[in-house]
Design a protein around this ligand. Structure first.
Ligand SMILES: Nc1ncnc2c1ncn2[C@@H]1O[C@H](COP(=O)(O)OP(=O)(O)O)[C@@H](O)[C@H]1O
Ligand SMILES: CC(=O)N[C@@H](CCC(=O)OP(=O)(O)O)C(=O)O
Length: 303
């Protein structure tokens, strides 16, 4: 066998790899023991490879000494199931209008399909993930909300905001050294026995605030927030809460709940919130462990 066969990488490659690892050191120190809430959007779950790389990132964060918490969406998966069942579904102001018939489908797709799939992927690396929904241990309590469309408030059916968070179930999982994987449905606090469909960005934000998380990361299917959508030259790398508050009324569709969630997180004490491109493998690791991060970072304002 030649010497080459025994040398898996060159010295230059070895030094480059060591530099990548050592660059992560200040971030390992900064985030040691910190709770980080990661929202995995349905549009970012586009392939089995990306879902598997997301699961690896969560395991990496946990084994690096952070306390990752996953809140997942599943919008496209819910839409596909509703279509199969012939149930009408439309979005208003970035939120799905959710009928009594649709709410059961939303719950089943999120809790029984998307959640189980992510838990299984993480657990292929060891017994690390525990699936929860907003119903478990009264994790979330919701209240119905409408949406502003063209200056007037429209009804959204069984759609709500998270108004109470009982962190006990998630903290128990974290304290056991595991990763909570949470779906965003919430019991309706005004109508016992009824459920509400909560946008997953909003659920992740409410949980990040209640857990005193250091960081909220939102994975989606664009590079970040564009200030002049769809002009691809307008990607925002950093924005503070005051600037975001001013920009919010001009945002459209799915970016409305997403950026509202980031704003509420930093207003609620989370150090920063990042919108990153979930289509990039290992985007979460790049965001947490590199100096520049990726995507759009939202930081606290002067308020
Ligand atoms: N200003 C903007 N910046 C970035 N994306 C935007 C903007 N306005 C609208 N969008 C749209 O929002 C989408 C992300 O929201 P959404 O589909 O709800 O994602 P997710 O399923 O990840 O929650 C993007 O794919 C893009 O089409
Ligand atoms: C009220 C509302 O719109 N709920 C969302 C919940 C899932 C979600 O937020 O999924 P993504 O993160 O993939 O968009 C929905 O029904 O699609």
């Amino acid at each position: 066998m030649s010497t080459i066969d025994h040398a898996p990488i060159s010295q230059a490659e070895a030094i480059a790899k060591a530099e990548v690892l050592i660059d992560a050191l200040p971030w390992l120190v900064h985030y040691s023991g910190a709770t980080v809430v990661v929202k995995f959007g349905g549009n970012a779950m586009v392939s089995d490879e990306l879902k598997a790389s997301f699961a690896e990132d969560m395991v990496f964060l946990r084994l690096a000494g952070l306390r990752p918490v996953v809140v997942h969406g599943g919008g496209p998966q819910i839409s596909a199931r509703l279509k199969e069942l012939g149930i009408e579904s439309e979005f208003k102001g970035g939120y799905r209008v959710t009928t009594t018939e649709a709410i059961t489908v939303v719950r089943d797709v999120l809790r029984d399909e998307v959640n189980r799939d992510l838990v299984d992927l993480i657990n292929s690396h060891g017994d690390l993930a525990v699936g929860l929904s907003g119903q478990d241990g009264d994790l979330f309590g919701g209240r119905r909300r409408g949406a502003m469309v063209d200056g007037s408030m429209v009804d959204l059916g069984h759609v709500g905001d998270v108004v109470t968070v009982n962190t006990g179930a998630a903290v128990d999982v974290l304290d056991a050294g595991k990763i909570p994987v949470i779906s965003s449905i919430a019991p309706d606090t005004d109508n016992p026995g009824r459920l509400l469909n909560v946008n997953a960005d909003a659920a992740a934000s409410a949980l990040a605030v209640a857990l005193g998380a250091r960081k909220l990361i939102v994975l989606t299917d664009v590079a970040g927030l564009y200030s002049d959508w769809p002009n691809r030259d307008s990607l925002v790398s950093r924005i503070d809460a005051d600037e975001l508050r001013a920009l919010l009324p001009r945002l459209e569709s799915g970016m409305i709940p997403k950026m509202t969630a980031c704003l509420e997180a930093v207003d609620g004490g989370v150090e920063n919130a990042a919108i990153i491109d979930g289509r990039l493998p290992h985007s979460t690791l790049l965001e947490v462990f590199t100096n520049k991060g990726i995507g759009t970072e939202v930081v606290r304002g002067t308020k």
